[in-house]
Each structure stands twice: as structure tokens, then as C-alpha cells.
Design a protein around this ligand. Structure first.
Ligand code: BJW
Ligand code: ZN
Length: 252
């Protein structure tokens, strides 16, 4: 049940807002059937997702890490953007100053029609040279997956001879400077900041809503559960992003 009073208050603030920033996490894609990282279904075989999203895991067993990414590509390739993604695309089209920051690598915001998405953690549909020769290309294994099994399980190789890796940001790796700069500016310059479907545990992304609070913005959390951000949020909308966001956007 969405808190009607909170929604009403937020509608007023959004109507008056000049600049709106939204940051999304895995929860917004949950209704599209994409597993979150830390939920009950955030496990793959015997590995937790967060154990595989590391440079060490890739150095130890690149084949295992690629298998995991190909498994996820399969799910994401079959998934469709949900009403939450579409509501944010509509919100962008009706708001002059609007930034959409996502921690997700699934590209579902773009498929829902959002433009200029700031992808903090990269994109699962790209691969890059693990040695850093500068090669970035479409990731192998895109759906539909019709390659023979042997090829699917092989680790792709860059033209320089090094391994290719998913073009995503793993634990301990720096985020792209331009992306994080844009995100920080959006957080510090907005009137309203929506944090949607994120556990607010992973930095520097988790610091962005806190920057917005410090700069005087109204911070709104949309999540099915409490997170470390909850005590700092001015408004908390408990519920599924795919239900809360369309309900909010339709009232504007
Ligand atoms: C719903 C819902 C519905 C469900 N509707 N809601 C101590 C030790 C080690 C490291 C650190 C440390 N302290 C700090 C660090 C740094 C580290 C960090 O933050 N670690 C913390 C875990 C402690 N951060 C980093 O390492 C970052 N880099 C860095 O700091 O670099 C410094 C540096 C500078 C200069 C040179 C070198 C280094 C990088 C972080 C990269 C994170 N990467 C991943 C993988 C990306 C690729 C991939 O997808 O495979 O990003 S990990 C994973 O977590 C992924 C996500 O984007 C990210 C955040 O997860 P998210 O989106 O919040 O998902 P969940 O599953 O956690 O939460 C889902 C939420 O949705 C829940 O709240 C649900 O309730 C909710 N929900 N259904 C609404 N229907
Ligand atoms: Zn290379």
C-alpha cells in the first residue's frame, strides 16, 4: 500500500522542482525478472554475486566470471523494461533539469526511452581489454545465444592477445571520472533526489543521496525494504518501483 499523503507531498515538490535527479539500483529491474545482488535470489550456483564482481575472481577464473556474465546476459536479453523504467522515461521528458544515474548494467532504462543515462558501473553489453590497451567492443554472448557451447564458455580474447573482460566496474575499481563527476554535480544541484531500488551499501554511489541531503535537496527513497539511507530520506515510499513510480508520475 503506497503512502498517499507522502505521495501527495512529493507531487507538490516535484511540480515546483527545477532540477530532479534519480539514482536507480537493481531493485528497479526486479519486476523485469533481473535478479538483484543481495536479495534471496542474488546467488548463482555456489557463488554470491558480490564474490564474482571482483578483479580477483576474474584473475583466478576468468571462465567462471564470463559464464556468470553470459548467464546474466541471457536473462537481461529476454527481459523487458517494466512500468518503473517507463515512468522514469516519462518523468524525464516532462522535467527540464533531469539526470538519471544508474548503478545497473542492464541497459533497460535506455530501452524504455531514457536518454543521457549516467551508467556508474558500466554496461553488460560491452567488453574491454583486461590489459587496458583501449579496446572496447560489443560483448560476446548477446542474446539470442546460438553459438556452440564450447564458444559460449570460452574466454574472449582481445586483438592485442590479452583477455577481454566485461566493461563493468568491479569492487576496488575506480568509476569512470566523467560519470562520477556528472553524478556528483547532479546530486549537489538538484531540488529532489529519488533513490530507487538500491540497498545504498556500495560506495561511491551510496554517497550521492547523502550529498543531495547535505546540499538541501529533498531525498526520497523508493524501496521495498529499509536501507542505511532510510533515516536520511525526507520521504520514504515503501513498495515496488514498478508500482510506486507509475503511480507518482501519473499524478504530476
Ligand atoms: C526493490 C525491489 C523492487 C528489491 N522495487 N526496490 C570495505 C571493503 C572493501 C571495499 C570497500 C570497503 N568500504 C568501501 C569499499 C569500496 C566499495 C564498497 O562500497 N564496498 C561496500 C560493499 C562496503 N566500492 C568500490 O569498490 C567501488 N570502487 C571504489 O570505491 O573505487 C575506489 C578507487 C579509487 C581510485 C582507484 C581505485 C579504486 C566500486 C563498486 C563497484 C560495484 N560493482 C557492482 C558490480 C557491477 C557490475 C555487475 O553488475 O556485474 O555493482 S557490485 C553490485 O552492487 C553492482 C550494483 O550496481 C551495486 C549496488 O547494488 P544495488 O543496485 O543497490 O543492488 P542490491 O541487490 O544491493 O539492492 C537491491 C535493492 O532493491 C534492495 O534494497 C531491495 O530491498 C530493493 N528492491 N526489489 C524497489 N521491486
Ligand atoms: Zn587489448
Amino acid at each position: 500500500m503506497i503512502d498517499d499523503q507522502a505521495l501527495h507531498h512529493l507531487v507538490g515538490r516535484l511540480r515546483r522542482a527545477r532540477v530532479v535527479a534519480v539514482m536507480t539500483g537493481a531493485g528497479i529491474s526486479a519486476e523485469s525478472g533481473v535478479p538483484t545482488f543481495r536479495g534471496a535470489d542474488g546467488l548463482w550456483r555456489h557463488y554470491s554475486a558480490t564474490d564474482l564482481a571482483t578483479p580477483d575472481a576474474f584473475a583466478r577464473d576468468p571462465g567462471l566470471v564470463w559464464q556468470w556474465y553470459r548467464w546474466r546476459q541471457g536473462i537481461i536479453g529476454r527481459a523487458q523494461p517494466n512500468p518503473g523504467h517507463f515512468a522514469l522515461a516519462r518523468l524525464q521528458s516532462r522535467t527540464t533539469g533531469f539526470s538519471l544515474i544508474t548503478q545497473n548494467v542492464d541497459g533497460l532504462h535506455q530501452r524504455a526511452g531514457s536518454a543521457n543515462v549516467i551508467e556508474l558501473h558500466g554496461n553488460i553489453w560491452r567488453a574491454r581489454c583486461a590489459r587496458g590497451c583501449g579496446v572496447v567492443q560489443d560483448a560476446p554472448g548477446q542474446a539470442p545465444r546460438e553459438e556452440p557451447v564450447a564458444e559460449r564458455d570460452a574466454v574472449p580474447v582481445c586483438r592485442c592477445g590479452a583477455l577481454l573482460r566485461p566493461d563493468v566496474v568491479w569492487f576496488g575499481e575506480a568509476l569512470d571520472d566523467a560519470c562520477i563527476d556528472l553524478a556528483v554535480r547532479a546530486a549537489e544541484g538538484c531540488d529532489v533526489f529519488l533513490a530507487v531500488g538500491t540497498s545504498a551499501l556500495v560506495y561511491p554511489a551510496a554517497g550521492l543521496p547523502l550529498l543531495a541531503v547535505k546540499a538541501g535537496a529533498l531525498v526520497v527513497e523508493v524501496n521495498v525494504d529499509d536501507t542505511p539511507l532510510t533515516p536520511h530520506a525526507g520521504i520514504v515510499l515503501r513498495g515496488k518501483a514498478a508500482e510506486v513510480l507509475p503511480s507518482l508520475e501519473s499524478r504530476l
